[in-house]
Design a protein around this ligand. Sequence first.
Ligand code: AMP
Ligand code: MG
Length: 362
Amino acid sequence: MKTEIIKIVGSPADESNKHALDRAGELIRSGELVAFPTETVYGLGANGLDAIASKKIYEAKGRPSDNPLILHVANREMIDTIASDVSPLAEKIIASFCPGPITLILPKKATVPDGITGGLMTVGVRMPDNDFCRALIKSAGVPIAAPSANISGRPSPTNAEAVYRDMKGKIPLILDAGPCKFGVESTIVALDENETITILRPGAVTREMLLEICENVRLDPAMSGTQCENIRPMAPGMKYRHYAPKAPLTLIEPQALEIDAIMKILRHEIKKSEAAHKKIGIIVSDEIAAMAKDERLVPREYVVSYGKRGDLKNIAARLYDSLRFFDDTDASQLLAEATTRKGLGLAIMNRLMKASGGNVIC
Ligand code: AMP
Ligand code: MG
C-alpha cells in the first residue's frame, strides 16, 4: 500500500485543506486507517464504532489486543453517544480541561465494540485541543479510535516523519500539521463514586492542575513502581515496556539532580561502557550537554540535548525525538538525564522510566 502524506497548514476552514479533511473523513468512514495530528502526539485513527476497522490499528502497530483504544470526540455531545454516564466530577473535568490533553475513563455504551475496549465495561474518552483533529472527527462523523501512531513499544511520533518511519506501507494517509504542541500522551484519569480522581497515566494536565478542581487526586499505585511487576495497572497499556529506543537506556537520577552528581555518574558509566567496547549516546539537558562536549566525554555527535534544565514544556515536546535520535546510529548504550517529577516532570519521568525498563542509577 502506498502511504500518502498531505500537509495541512492554517485553519481547517481554509479551502486548501478541504480536500485533505474530506478524504481523511471518507477513509475513516469506509473502515480505513488515517494518521493525524493532535496536541499531544500523532494518532493512528479508525472508526471507533467499527470493530473490524479498529482491528486494523492493532495489526499495523503490533499492539496487544487487551490494550484498549481511546475514543476521540469533537465536542461534548459526542461523549453522550459513547459513555452511558457522565458524573458531576467528570463534567467538572470536561468543563475545566476539555478540549485538552486529558482522557476520562467512563462507563461505556453498548454502541462501543468490545474489541476497542479490550473487553472492559469502560471507555477512554478524549476531546483533543487541535482544530484539524476535531475537524477530522467532524468530517468522519464518528468518534475516532486512536492510539499513538508508532509501532507498539517504540517512542510515540510527534511529527509526520516519525509516523512515516513506523507506518510506511501500512496505512493510506498521514495528515501532516507539523510538530505536536505537548509531545507526551494525554493524562488518563479514572473517577470513582467517592469523588476521587486516579491518574492512570500522567500527562500535560498535571496532578497539581487536577488538585485545583478536586481535593482527592491520587496516582495509580502501579505507576510509582519501576516495571509494575506486582501491582496490576488500571490502564492495561501501562504494563508494557514502552517508548523504548533501539539501544538499551539507563536513566541517571541522583538525589536533587545536582549537576556535579550527574556528571560524576556520566563519567563513570561512560568509562565502564567504553571498556566493554560499547558506543555510548547521551540524552541530556543543554547544561550537561555543554559540559560533556567540553570534557569530550563522548564525540559531539553522540550528545543529544532535550532542552534547558527545568524547561519542562520544551523537554516534553522534544522527548520522543531525542529518544529516537540514536536509532539510526551505531550507539549501543544510551544514558539519559532525569528531570524533576513535579508538574509536567511526572509525565516526562514516567516515559523515561518505561523507556529504560526501570534501569535507573541514583
Ligand atoms: P495509547 O493510545 O497508545 O496512548 O494508550 C492508551 C492508554 O489508555 C493505554 O495505556 C490503555 O491501556 C489506556 N486505556 C484506554 N482505555 C482504557 C480503559 N477503558 N480503562 C483503562 N485504561 C484505558
Ligand atoms: Mg502509545
